[in-house]
Design a protein around this ligand. Structure first.
Ligand code: PLP
Length: 439
């Protein structure tokens, strides 16, 4: 494409003059200007290319500008760009059918939302209405979205300035590398985290708890792959106390872990699944709740008191259909799995051997985190200044990283190739070498 650097300058000026950004003090922001993208790359108006190992906000699972998805959006735009949710729409029905086919026979219906946060809002609402209880338990190390109940369900710092509503309590999930339970083995971590969770359930009043809401693999909190047996144990607690189990698969779903749904790799089935991001890689905003047959049936006669103007928006639904079909026919989920097992996992482990700043490598599929520490013994997180230096070193070498606290999340699109992984690993290696040389 013809790129004009003057457009880049204009985009930057307009942004700084008029656009209010998420999660930030506005004054010091210097947003990167992106002109276009394809596959695992994006570029600016000067033609500088970046390997996107962030997948933006971990959502471009199919990569940038997949032609089949772009084409489906164009075709649907010619047919019908918008229609009320109360109507029946072909693209919407086809999208729901495809999502349910991947979730399996336990599930009966899909409720579409605009994104991940409102998917969690509505899953919580369904759990409350079907149990007649109001409390929601979720993990401190979690992010569930930036709306009423979703932000109060969130465990990380973003909850605190938004905490107005009642009916939420939190617990510590398993995290062996920084164990809250003094565990020395994954088995101890599972056993003690489950003991703690049951104590919270009982102490909060089991009969008042509608749902346990859990990211199957907590993402923003650090790609915290649950130890063996943990999710089974949570399922058993939910069954024992009549609690609805909601797995938030907004970030970990649709290929990220090398499975269609992350829970399928752990052999535990929830009652409700929330999704967004990877379902259509965010080409048009959409999210939703996959609802178990029995919870869906509860609303056969009872009114569901929830809805959204754009629920099942045709442009978004058409992009879901095309994205899921392309992921299937191109083996994109399988690619994520083998890239993790054969390239990213071993490559990042080798990087950790070489660089003392990397305290732990954890993850699966195309969902990895490097936990960066001052000293491998104390596991003290590295400073924000050092994280900033690493980010600069990566971007200056043409890699877009996902940076959170003291971690780099290595989260490329599910279509990433072995060559792109090798290129990224070389850039991480150089960036660590540069920053470590200053210590
Ligand atoms: N749940 C999880 C696990 C997420 O990672 C996110 C976003 O990062 C959300 C929910 C919120 O999704 P959205 O930003 O689409 O509302």
């Amino acid at each position: 494409a013809n790129l004009d650097p003057a457009d880049g300058d204009l985009a930057y000026e307009l942004d700084r003059a008029h656009v209010f950004h998420s999660w930030s003090a506005q004054g010091a922001l210097k947003p990167l200007v992106i002109a276009g993208g394809a596959g695992c790359e994006v570029w600016d108006y000067a033609g500088t290319r970046y390997l996107d190992f962030s997948s933006q906000l971990v959502n471009t699972n199919i990569g940038h500008q997949h032609p089949a998805v772009v084409d489906a959006i164009k075709k649907q735009a010619d047919i019908l760009t918008t229609i009320a949710p109360a109507t029946a729409n072909l693209a919407r029905g086809e999208a729901a059918k495809r999502i349910l086919a991947r979730a399996g026979s336990h599930f009966g219906k899909v409720f579409f939302t605009n994104g991940g946060a409102d998917a969690n809002e509505n899953a919580i609402r369904m759990a409350r209405l079907t149990t007649g209880r109001d409390k929601v338990l979720s993990a401190y190390r979690s992010y569930h979205g930036n709306t009423g109940a979703a932000i109060v369900a969130t465990g990380d710092w973003r909850r605190v300035p938004n905490e107005y509503s009642r009916g939420h309590a939190h617990f510590f999930g398993p995290f062996a590398y920084r164990s809250d339970f003094w565990s020395e083995t994954p088995e101890q971590e599972t056993e003690r985290a489950l003991h703690h969770l049951e104590r919270v359930v009982v102490s909060e009043g089991a009969a008042s708890i509608a749902a346990i809401l859990l990211e199957t693999v907590p993402g923003t909190a650090g790609v915290l792959v649950p130890p063996p047996g943990y999710l089974q144990g949570v399922r058993e607690l939910c069954d024992k106390y009549g609690i609805v189990l909601i797995f938030d698969e907004v970030m970990c779903g649709f290929g990220r872990t090398g499975e269609w749904f992350a829970w399928q790799g752990f052999g535990v089935t929830p009652d409700l699944i929330t999704f967004a991001k990877g379902v259509n890689s965010g080409y048009v905003p959409i999210g939703g709740v996959v609802i178990s047959e029995s919870i869906a049936n509860a609303f056969e006669d009872q009114v569901f008191p929830g809805g959204l103007t754009y629920s099942g928006h045709p442009l978004a639904a058409a992009s879901v259909v095309a994205a899921l079909d392309a992921m299937e026919s191109e083996g994109i989920v399988e690619n994520a799995k083998s890239i993790g097992a054969e390239h990213l996992g071993p490559g990042l482990a080798a990087l950790a051997e070489k660089h003392p700043l990397i305290g732990e490598v954890r993850g699966l599929g195309v969902f990895w985190a490097l936990d960066l520490v001052d000293d491998p013994e104390t596991r003290q997180p590295i400073s924000a200044g050092l994280m900033g230096a690493l980010k600069t070193a990566l971007v200056s070498r043409g890699l877009l990283p996902f940076v959170a606290d003291n971690r780099i999340h290595v989260v490329p699109p599910c279509i990433v190739t072995p060559d792109e992984v090798a290129k990224a690993l070389a850039i991480y290696d150089e960036a660590f070498t540069e920053v470590e040389s200053t210590l």
